[in-house]
Design a protein around this ligand. Structure first.
Ligand code: FCB
Length: 448
């Protein structure tokens, strides 16, 4: 018996998203998404890389499912590309697009791997962006329609559907910080997009409920970061509180309480009466499963220069860093406890993403010795166990990601996979961390 054993039915899985792995960007009738447009615009993505080929999962999904079997995964979380199913975002359904996900789900089930379907992982149809995208309320209704179409295909076999992956990132990083598609730098657009994304969750929740052939759990996946003040000063503590409201409460409050903290910000106050219509908040607050994506924490100090929050991120000395973030394992425990204590959610919780970018490479003998990832996973999974012990209803843990893949604006630089991909040949190699994770799954726990 491992010293840290998980509950008997704990779900161990790995996650991916359509644009990051599928490739085949213009095949079988797929329409253009905002990530095609963004990555094809020079200067937007590192080295001007794009997801045209990615890891060619569209053609190699059977090989990838074979790898999942080798890893012993119980579940696989992936996203459907809206543009494969409705190339123009609304209107005519593309049967070939639906067929791909049909084959994928059948193959997973054949290998006894539970499919966890996510409907939106940032690849909005360009045709909808041309009408304002998420800043236009109509997009929320179009999303509910798309949700109904996917439900029609999958609900005889799929038990869990997530509406969105990290709506905060899609809204704020895409519309306010400008680092992701569609690449706007406007706080007003960011707040509007966030509200419409959340509203679309509620509308899709109802559409899925009404059309599912069998019982299905409907979830959403959020990026949550515990926020800490850089010092004990009042200014820094207030800066941390504002950041927490903007980063965490802006999504948790609507989904779990039916309220919103956006009025605490000047632009939010200005917008809220025209943006939030009667009944919106009640629709948003419908959820069976909350997915938590955890990577790092935020340590904030007061800085008047930054719009909205007047706070800037600091990077404390003395801790280990990955290529992208500070490594802070207790943060995953703290955020799970915080959700549980502050919100007392009636829904289940799952860790739907956790992982680290490591500059992995093939060794002389063809192995990938990614000890750093193993250490990261060991320390984070131990903290998830601690949260379970302390009564948080965490039902599963999904590693990000199955394979190395296209890391958005950072291109192919950061490698997050349990499986190494040679981007020239697209050959896959299970990393040492993959073997290690397989062992955790087999034993349903680990030795701390
Ligand atoms: C999350 C995203 C995922 C991946 C990881 C590293 O924010 O959901 O697609 O980029 O970060």
């Amino acid at each position: 018996m491992p010293t840290l054993t998980f509950p008997k039915d704990f779900v161990w899985g790995a996650a991916t998203s359509a644009y990051q792995i599928e490739g085949a960007w213009n095949e079988d009738g797929r329409g253009m998404s905002i990530w095609d447009t963004f990555s094809h615009t020079p200067g937007k993505v590192a080295n001007n890389e794009n997801g045209d080929v990615a890891v060619d999962h569209y053609h190699r999904y059977k090989d990838d499912i074979r790898l999942m079997t080798e890893l012993g995964l119980k579940a696989y979380r992936f996203s459907t590309a809206w543009t494969r199913i409705l190339p123009d975002g609304t209107g005519k359904v593309n049967k070939k697009g639906l067929d791909f996900y049909d084959r994928l789900i059948d193959e997973l089930l054949k290998k006894k791997i539970e499919p966890y379907v996510c409907l939106f992982h940032w690849d909005l149809p360009q045709a909808l962006q041309d009408k304002g995208g998420w800043t236009n309320r109509d997009t929320a209704y179009a999303f509910a329609d798309y949700a109904r179409i996917v439900t029609g295909l999958v609900s005889d076999r799929v038990k869990v559907v997530f509406t969105h992956n990290e709506p905060w990132v899609a809204a704020i990083v895409g519309h306010f910080l400008g680092e992701h598609a569609p690449g706007f730098k406007d706080p007003v657009q960011g707040i509007k997009a966030l509200h419409h994304l959340l509203l679309s969750h509620g509308l899709a929740y109802e559409a899925i409920r009404a059309s599912a052939k069998k019982p299905v759990k409907i979830g959403i996946t959020l990026n949550l970061n515990p926020v800490y003040p850089a010092s004990d000063s009042k200014k820094d503590r207030e800066a941390a509180n504002r950041t927490d409201a903007m980063l965490n409460r802006s999504v948790l409050d609507p989904l779990l309480k039916g309220t919103t903290p956006i009025q605490e910000f000047a632009v939010g106050k200005m917008l809220s009466s025209s943006l939030i219509k009667d009944g919106d908040m009640g629709k948003i607050k419908q959820l069976d499963l909350l997915g938590v994506n955890y990577y790092s924490r935020s340590v904030m100090k007061y800085d008047a220069k930054f719009p909205l929050v007047s706070a800037a991120q600091t990077f404390p000395e003395g801790n280990e860093y990955s290529g992208m973030w500070e490594i802070f394992p207790t943060g995953i425990y703290e955020i799970l406890m915080r959700v549980s204590k502050d919100y007392k959610p009636s829904c289940e919780l799952m860790v739907t993403e956790n992982g680290i970018p490591v500059p992995d490479g093939l060794d002389f003998d063809g192995r990938v010795r990614d000890e750093r990832r193993i250490r990261y996973l060991e320390s984070h999974i131990a903290q998830v166990h601690r949260a379970v012990q302390d009564g948080v209803p965490v039902k599963g843990y999904f590693h990000w990601s199955l394979t190395d893949n296209f890391e958005w604006a950072l291109g192919y630089g950061p490698r997050f996979g349990l499986v190494y991909v040679d981007y020239k040949t697209l050959k896959r190699t299970i990393k040492d961390s993959g073997r290690w994770f397989a062992n955790v799954i087999r034993r349903n726990g680990l030795d701390a």
